[in-house]
Design a protein around this ligand. Structure first.
Ligand code: ZN
Length: 393
């Protein structure tokens, strides 16, 4: 499908280095962005044209901490359809934080490997609501042999999670994190107090010793590590600092401050850490973007980059940035109707959540006009022309 978006008011690119772009059109073809700021008439060849009516375009949001199980179902809150609901919060990509919530999940060597492989395979061609789901994060546990990690990587597993294994001491994860990293996986480690029975407290000393790619919910999941550790992770490591909605808001702001001082905004990630005991949060990323912007002084376009391009860079994804050649995941944001602000970026800076007016993933509109979860947009977005037998309203 060739898709065009016109009348864009503002573009937040998702790229931290160049977070705003001047253009009023985006063209996508066969699931990729093929043009930004195209000449007049270039939209004539599009089969579908969306009128953004002055709204702000941004990359589809990437939630790098979602507790995937199987299907569009979370046993943690017994909710069906939560991933489709997150799409209405602007999320077009979810990354599994390990399938730890699967009821009766296996703890034996074969079962742990099978769980990751099955989860990955189940989501390869399954896109709830149009969302791309990267599932299959192997739970690091002493029952695994270190050689299992290379074997799993060869079978396509590229995510590994430390924090829920049956280790007596969190430092004992070190050889497993190292083996997973050497196998080419993105390694992630639970951070802060224990979340569910079976997980233990992990602080800055552990993260520095384990040296994963990502400190999961660095601000607490939901309980934070000691304040002094935030500066240490910002200055003494290259670990990505993942701030989660379902964590400690005060330490989220502390982490932002330390990252800024250490010139480390490029490794600040925004995610939700849901569904969990904190619930299902389709608008979690929008809230955390607003919190960091309104309370922490982070420019709204940079907050968007933390929830899009930064996640994409750390996890090696092709989505997350509005640029020619990248995956065509585009959302249209606006100030919520009835508020005091007139643009999405000003609304975020003001502490309101941005309203979502359209979500496009892999170049296909998933809805245009009204999110079922955010407030209505100030501006009306609509499908202006549709030459194929489909409806996106
Ligand atoms: Zn989690």
């Amino acid at each position: 499908m060739k898709l065009g978006i016109r009348n864009i008011g503002q573009i937040a690119t998702g790229d931290l280095e160049k977070p705003l772009a001047e253009a009023d059109t985006i063209v996508c073809d066969a699931g990729r962005i093929t043009g930004i700021g195209v000449p007049k008439g270039a939209l004539d060849a599009c089969e579908v044209v969306i009128d953004a009516n002055g709204a702000t375009a941004a990359p589809g949001l990437i939630d790098s901490h979602v507790h995937i199980t199987f299907g569009d179902f979370t046993p943690r809150q017994n909710v069906v359809g939560y991933l489709s609901s997150y799409v209405h919060g602007g999320v077009t990509t979810s990354i599994s934080a390990s399938e730890v919530h699967v009821p009766g999940r296996p703890h034996d060597r074969g079962g742990l490997k099978a769980l990751a492989l099955a989860a990955r395979a189940c989501f390869e061609g399954y896109r709830p609501g149009g969302m791309r789901v990267h599932a299959g994060s192997v739970i690091l546990d002493p029952t695994l042999e270190l050689s299992d990690l290379a074997e799993l990587a060869a079978a396509g597993i590229w995510l590994a999670k430390a924090g829920f294994g049956a280790f007596d001491d969190a430092f004992d994860y070190a050889p497993y994190v190292k083996a997973a990293r050497e196998a080419g996986m993105i390694t992630t480690v639970h951070t802060g107090g224990s979340s569910i029975p079976g997980s233990g407290a992990i602080s800055g000393d552990h993260i520095l010793a384990l040296d994963p790619h990502v400190s999961f919910h660095v601000n607490g999941g939901p309980t934070a590590m000691p304040d002094a550790d935030f500066k240490r992770l910002a200055t003494e490591s290259e670990v990505a600092l993942q701030i989660c909605t379902a964590g400690n808001l005060r330490t989220a702001l502390l982490c932002l401050e330390e990252a800024r001082k250490a010139d480390a905004l490029h490794r600040l990630l925004i995610a939700t850490d849901t569904p969990t005991g904190s619930g299902v949060m389709p608008l979690g990323l929008l809230y955390t973007m607003s919190h960091l912007s309104a309370l922490g002084g982070l420019a709204p376009e940079l907050a968007i980059a933390c929830a899009t391009g930064n996640n994409a860079r750390v996890y090696g994804l092709e989505a997350g940035v509005l640029k020619e050649g990248r995956l065509a995941d585009v959302i249209l944001l606006d100030a919520p109707d009835g508020g005091t602000q007139r643009t999405a970026l000003n609304a975020i800076r003001h502490g309101d959540i941005a309203a979502v007016g359209a979500v496009i993933s892999s170049g296909v509109p998933r809805f245009v006009g009204r999110s079922r979860n955010t407030p209505a947009t100030c501006r009306e977005m609509r499908v202006e022309r549709c030459d194929i037998p489909a409806s996106f309203d």
